[in-house]
Ligand binder design. Structure first.
Ligand SMILES: C[S@@+](CC[C@H](N)C(=O)[O-])C[C@H]1O[C@@H](n2cnc3c(N)ncnc32)[C@H](O)[C@@H]1O
Length: 333
């Protein structure tokens, strides 16, 4: 028997909301309708309503996590990854060696729980090459690699096998957006399909968005159309050749693997007061030290002063390796 509030059917929805607000709705059971009355399960008595003891069916709880539904031997459950990326309607997961042979079960469980996911790919290796893309292997669903991803109020079309894109940077991109000011000229040196550029374009005067990968520029052009951000200027080419041709108030250097090799180019595009958003990888015990030393050394070559505005760890990248961000301001003496 279960404790339930008995109210006329016509009052049902109003009372259910009230009980929900008060935190006494018992979600373990299903609401029952009988003739002109409705019985709403509650966790404790509620003074103003009639309370009865009644037989109610158990509610089926929808699983929220693929790990609850995946069919694999019990002993292997501990190896199941706790998270994975969702880009548009594509899920991308890294599957450890121990789960070899169960890829399909994992993929199908993800599709079952995440109704918007149409395809699941597993990572075939590390992000590599100058375009920073990775090999992906289809493990469940449709073999379609192009998708439309929504983040921070913008839409981004991309092919996960042709360009780099990480949904985990959404908060970081919003942080930069909040710092940007109207009227600014921005240079996004490693822009990909435009997640920083298109977002910033909503606020600043113009964004020069450079990438060496022709697919990234193709998708960026499409994303400019989708978001009507006509103040993004896509530039296909090597940031080394483009830097210096533009003087910017804000520069984004989102190429953590080798941003330090492009600092000279960033300084060439800087003017007095330019803010540079620099990304890198660093070891757990001193993630920023090496990067800050290089930044200061290159600043000297340009007779520039550098003021570190902020430094933060964005995420774990590999065991004992962090993906870090450093914001600094450049002034020329
Ligand atoms: C880590 S991804 C970042 C992309 C984008 N900012 C984002 O957040 O999704 C780095 C990008 O830099 C591009 N890239 C690599 N070397 C480059 C270079 N020398 N000049 C311009 N772009 C380059 C790659 O093609 C890739 O799209």
């Amino acid at each position: 028997m279960v404790l339930a509030v008995k109210v006329p059917r016509t009052e049902g929805e109003k009372v259910r909301k009230k009980l929900l607000e008060r935190g006494v709705l018992d979600r373990r059971y299903r609401i029952k309708v009988e003739e002109d009355y409705i019985f709403i399960p509650v966790t404790s008595k509620v003074e103003e309503f009639e309370i009865v003891d009644i037989e109610l069916e158990k509610a089926e709880r929808k699983p929220h996590n693929y790990r609850e539904v995946v069919k694999i031997p019990e002993s292997l459950r501990k190896f199941l990854p706790s998270s994975f990326d969702i880009i548009g309607n594509i899920a991308i997961i890294e599957i450890p060696e121990e789960l070899k042979g169960y890829e399909r079960e994992i993929g199908e469980a993800i599709i079952k729980v995440h109704k918007n996911v149409k395809a699941v790919f597993m990572k075939g290796g590390r992000v590599k090459g100058k375009y920073r893309v990775r090999e992906l292997i289809l493990i469940a669903g449709e073999n379609s690699t192009e998708t439309l991803h929504r983040e921070n109020g913008i839409r981004l079309k991309l092919d996960v096998t042709k360009v780099y894109f990480s949904p985990r940077l959404a908060t970081e991109r919003m942080r930069i957006f909040n710092k940007a000011k109207s009227g600014e000229v921005v240079l996004d040196m490693f822009a990909g399909v435009g997640p920083y550029s298109i977002l910033l374009a909503k606020k600043v005067k113009v964004v020069f968005a450079c990438d060496i990968n022709p697919w990234a520029i193709r998708y960026m052009e499409e994303n400019i159309r989708l978001n009507k951000t006509w103040n993004v200027i896509p530039i296909l080419g090597d940031a080394r050749e483009i830097a210096g041709k533009v003087k910017a108030d804000r520069i984004i250097m989102n190429l953590p693997r080798s941003a330090k090799d492009f600092l000279r180019e960033a300084f060439t595009s800087a003017k007095d007061g330019t803010v540079i958003h620099y990304y890198g990888f660093g070891p757990e015990k001193d993630p920023f030290g090496e990067h800050i030393n290089v930044i200061r050394k290159i600043a000297q070559e340009f007779n520039a002063d550098v003021k570190i505005l902020d430094k933060r760890i964005i995420r774990n990248y590999a065991p004992r390796q962090y993906n870090i961000a450093i914001d600094f301001k450049v002034t020329f003496s």
